[in-house]
Design a protein around this ligand. Sequence first.
Ligand SMILES: C[S@@+](CC[C@H](N)C(=O)[O-])C[C@H]1O[C@@H](n2cnc3c(N)ncnc32)[C@H](O)[C@@H]1O
Length: 313
Amino acid sequence: MKSKMAILGLQLQQRFPVLTGFSCSCLSSATIHVRPVSSVSSKLKKWNNGGRLPRRLVVGLGVSFWAQYMNMAGNSKSFMASARQKSTVEQALQNVEWPEQFPFKDEDFQRFDESSDSLFYEAPRFVTHIDDAAIAALTKYYSEVFPPSNTPGVSILDMCSSWVSHFPKGYKQERIVGMGMNEEELKRNPVLSEYVVQDLNLNPMLPFEDNSFDVITNVVSVDYLTKPLDVFKEMRRVLKPGGLAIMSFSNRCFWTKAISIWTSTGDTDHALIVGSYFHYTGGFEPPQAVDISPNPGRSDPMYIVYSRKLPTA
Ligand SMILES: C[S@@+](CC[C@H](N)C(=O)[O-])C[C@H]1O[C@@H](n2cnc3c(N)ncnc32)[C@H](O)[C@@H]1O
């Protein structure tokens, strides 16, 4: 059966893996956007884990090989490719030796479509952006790490929210705030107690008191942030000490709106990129990556990069 998103023809587009130094980003039409990734890989190559081969180099070779194998086999989702990716994503943030300075430049945060985000999100999209199995995996993960439903004093912020937050069925807290770009979508979201419409690329300041939230979630949208460090600094400010930030992503995106460093790299690099946001913001525990992909190779992958605000931050 076709998924809800495919029927509506509004799904996020899957990106293809990096191939021999070039990336073809998320194609659904004849428009091909090809960009050399040498600048990206040279930055990521510096991130090694304890004297072994630079992680990016190993991953790059593997992905290219499997991409070519899959193309030849006419099978875009082989089980072996997914199994390989699972382990590399989970290892992505183990023992990283981060460069002293944030390794990305302004151009890494440019998008193919630099027009106003308000325009892009003007019309509501009452669709899901990942398949049902990936949503179920995320909901299950939330049920394992969220504070119990109806805990007095607990507040949650769902950033880049829409008409769904994928929280466990019946989950409630006194305060669950949604932030997003489309008011009609946010109004329809049943778990939210309040919402804020704000373009975080124009104004990354979060309109909340310091130390307000126990958990911050962001589902399949961290790749649209063009000022991620400013947003993560704000996340640190509004999280309570020990508060948990959960960034989840798959391999789909509105590629014209995703930052170029995202569309030119693969899943493992994405974990490193999100991890770097926590690391260079500071005041967070070392970020961790978890692969919660259901039915590897048969449904959308789902990855989490999470961290907690340090009690002293
Ligand atoms: C792919 S949708 C994901 C929506 C929702 N998190 C979900 O899982 O269905 C991307 C979301 O990112 C939000 N977003 C994109 N650009 C944004 C921006 N500049 N500022 C704030 N939110 C943004 C939009 O509101 C949109 O709902």
